[in-house]
Design a protein around this ligand. Structure first.
Ligand code: BGC
Length: 352
C-alpha cells in the first residue's frame, strides 16, 4: 500500500514536472490569411501540428482575407502573451502599427511565405523562392511552345497575383524575364497588349476576378476563333478562373492553351489529369512549416536560425534575413511521384 502510494506520488510529480516543461516551451501565434484557398488550410494545419509535436501551445487564426480581422487577431495574440508571431499577411503593408506593439513587447515576428512590408518589426522571413517560381513557369511555357525553334509566332496572355501581396511581383518578374526576349523578337505575341503588372494583376488572387478578365480578353481578342497558345497564370486560383472562362467560351481540349499554376491545389491537379492545365508549382507546405518550426525553436533558445538569403528581400525598411525553400513543378509526367508517393495526397483525393 505504502509502495503504491510512493509510486503514485512519483508519477504525479513526473506529470507535474512535464506539464511545467510543456508550458515553459511557450505559446506561438500563427496568423493565416484565409481558409478559402486550399494551401493556407494545409499551411495552418502543418504549422499547428508540427509546433505542438515539439511542445508549443498554438493560437492559429484565419482572417477570411480581411485585413482588419487579421489586425485584431494579432492584437489578441499579443494580449494573450504569445512568445513568437508567425504571420502570412493579407496586405503586406498594413501591419505596421500592430507589429509596433509586438516589437515593444519584445515578440519576434516571422513573415510566413509573404514578406511583411514597411516595418522594422519583422525579424525573419521564410518562403519558397518566389522569383524562381516565376522562372520555372516561364521556362515551362518556353519549352512547351518550343520558342527557340518554332517558325511561326505563339499567342499568349498573362495573369498575375494580388497587387497587395509582395510575392506577386516576384512571380511575374521571374516569368517575364524568361518570356520577354521572345516578345521583343516577335516570337510571342500578346494580343491584348497587357503586359504591365498593374494590367495583369488579380485582386485577392480571386478566381472570379481572373475569370472575368479572361472573359473580357476573349470577347475583345479571341471571339472569332483566334489562336491562343498559352496563358501564364501565377497560381492555381487564377488558373482556375482562366480555365473556366476558356471552357465557357468553347475552347476544347485539342485547342486548349498551355496554362501554368502554383500550389498543386486538388481542383487544379484534377485539371492537369484531365488535360486542362499543364503544370502547377509544387510548394510542399510540410517543408515550409518544418523550416519555420526550426526558426521558432532557434529563436526560443536564443540562437540564430538557419538563413540562406541576406540580399534579396528588402521590405522597404531593411533587408530581412530569409530562408528560401526550393519550388519544383508538377505535371502529368511526375505528379504521381511528387504528390502521391510523397504522401501529400491520396489517390482518392485526386479522384484516381
Ligand atoms: C503564395 C501562393 C498563393 C497565393 C494566393 C501567395 O502569396 O505564395 O502560393 O497561391 O499567395 O494565396
Amino acid at each position: 500500500m505504502k509502495k503504491g502510494l510512493t509510486i503514485l506520488l512519483t508519477l504525479l510529480l513526473v506529470l507535474a514536472m512535464s506539464s511545467v516543461a510543456f508550458a515553459a516551451k511557450g505559446k506561438i501565434g500563427v496568423a493565416m490569411p484565409t481558409q478559402s484557398l486550399q494551401r493556407w488550410n494545409q499551411d495552418g494545419a502543418n504549422m499547428k501540428a508540427q509546433l505542438e509535436a515539439v511542445g508549443y501551445t498554438v493560437d492559429l487564426q484565419y482572417a477570411n482575407n480581411n485585413v482588419a480581422t487579421q489586425i485584431s487577431q494579432l492584437e489578441n495574440m499579443i494580449l494573450g502573451g504569445v512568445d513568437v508571431l508567425v504571420i502570412a499577411s493579407i496586405d503586406g503593408s498594413a501591419l505596421g502599427t500592430v507589429l509596433e506593439t509586438a516589437k515593444l513587447e519584445g515578440i519576434p515576428v516571422i513573415a510566413y511565405d509573404r514578406l511583411i512590408m514597411e516595418t522594422d518589426a519583422v525579424t525573419y522571413y521564410a518562403t519558397f523562392d518566389n522569383y524562381m517560381v516565376g522562372t520555372i513557369q516561364g521556362t515551362y511555357i518556353r519549352d512547351a511552345l518550343k520558342l527557340d525553334t518554332r517558325e511561326e509566332p505563339a499567342y499568349m496572355e498573362f495573369f498575375g497575383g494580388s497587387p497587395d501581396d509582395n510575392n506577386a511581383r516576384y512571380f511575374f518578374g521571374g516569368a517575364w524575364d524568361v518570356i520577354e526576349p521572345y516578345i521583343k523578337s516577335g516570337k510571342v505575341i500578346v494580343p491584348s497588349g497587357q503586359t504591365a503588372f498593374e494590367q495583369i494583376a488579380t485582386m485577392n488572387w480571386d478566381s472570379a476576378n481572373a475569370q472575368a478578365r479572361m472573359d473580357n480578353l476573349i470577347a475583345a481578342h479571341y471571339s472569332a476563333g483566334q489562336r491562343l497558345d498559352a496563358v501564364l497564370c501565377s497560381n492555381d486560383s487564377t488558373a482556375l478562373g482562366v480555365t473556366n472562362s476558356l471552357k465557357g467560351a468553347g475552347f476544347e481540349k485539342d485547342n486548349f492553351p498551355y496554362i501554368t499554376g502554383q500550389d498543386c491545389d486538388i481542383a487544379n491537379v484534377k485539371n492537369i489529369l484531365a488535360g486542362y492545365q499543364s503544370m502547377s508549382i509544387f510548394k510542399d507546405t510540410r517543408t515550409l512549416a518544418a523550416q519555420v518550426v526550426k526558426m521558432v525553436e532557434a529563436i526560443m533558445s536564443g540562437e540564430e536560425p538557419e538563413i540562406n538569403n541576406t540580399t534579396d528581400y528588402h521590405n522597404g525598411v531593411r533587408i530581412i534575413p530569409t530562408y528560401l525553400c526550393e519550388p519544383v513543378f508538377a505535371d502529368i509526367n511526375n505528379y504521381k511521384e511528387l504528390l502521391i508517393d510523397s504522401g501529400y495526397y491520396t489517390p482518392d483525393q485526386l479522384g484516381l
